[in-house]
Design a protein around this ligand. Structure first.
Ligand code: HEM
Ligand code: HEM
Length: 176
């Protein structure tokens, strides 16, 4: 499939929409009350799950768009930067998927009924299973930290292109 030279508007909208949702999602995750046995989800958890599943839907759509509209790395970059940026980008897709799916599984194994922003009942992936819930909780936390590490690295790279290399990499993801 022919690779485009620039990101189109849909790719840019997906990118910044998911960034905005993650900016909300991490703090909700850290600030929401700790879980206790037999606890039912309150408002912070309902919002965490609702934002999380919105992120999952968007990343699936974005991945489908990315696979059908491939974009070549900037040709002026040295080979190691082209390779490493592609690697980090694919890992970001994988880790957003891993974080959202482990979260959804965890909520399912608790046997919870959760609504999507209090609008309708969300489908769950499994039924009540305390042992599986315990195992998957660790995976959701590991995934969330790995994702955060990749994001910090990715933002660091963007800043390096703005302030050190002073090239036009940042412009590739900006409007216009
Ligand atoms: C990319 C999206 C997501 C991010 C960044 C994220 C982040 C977090 C964070 C930071 C925590 C706090 C855990 C800790 O104390 O370290 C958390 C907990 C939790 N998340 Fe997510 N989450 C995401 C998606 C989801 C989804 C889609 C669901 C469910 C459908 C979910 C369900 C949960 C549950 C049930 C907890 C409580 C578990 C615990 O306290 O360990 N998360 N999440
Ligand atoms: C302030 C934060 C961010 C900045 C400044 C930023 C900047 C950029 C830039 C400039 C590119 C284009 C790189 C290139 O052309 O090679 C890009 C691509 C990308 N960014 Fe970000 N980004 C940010 C946050 C995030 C976050 C939180 C994610 C997590 C999902 C993310 C995921 C991606 C992915 C997956 C690509 C590759 C797009 C593709 O090839 O489909 N970015 N970003």
């Amino acid at each position: 499939m022919k690779r485009h030279l620039h990101y189109g508007t849909p790719a840019k909208i997906f990118h910044w929409l998911i960034v905005a949702l993650l900016v909300v999602q991490f703090p909700i995750g850290w600030l929401m009350p700790d879980l206790h046995r037999n606890m039912q989800p309150g408002a912070p958890m309902t919002f965490h799950v609702s934002f999380g599943l919105t992120i999952l839907l968007l990343i699936v759509l974005r991945l489908a768009w990315r696979l059908t509209h491939p974009v070549a790395p900037e040709s002026s970059l040295p080979a190691w930067q082209r390779l490493s940026s592609e690697l980090v980008h694919w890992m970001l897709y994988v880790m957003v998927l891993a974080t959202t799916i482990t979260g959804w599984l965890f909520a399912s194994y608790r046997g919870w009924t959760v609504s999507y922003f209090y609008l309708f009942r969300l489908p769950m992936l499994a039924s009540d299973n305390a042992a599986a819930g315990k195992a998957i909780d660790g995976l959701h936390q590991a995934a969330e930290w790995l994702l955060l590490g990749l994001i910090v690295f990715h933002i660091g790279a963007a800043l390096a292109h703005i302030f050190i290399y002073r090239d036009r990499i940042m412009q590739r993801m900006l409007p216009g």
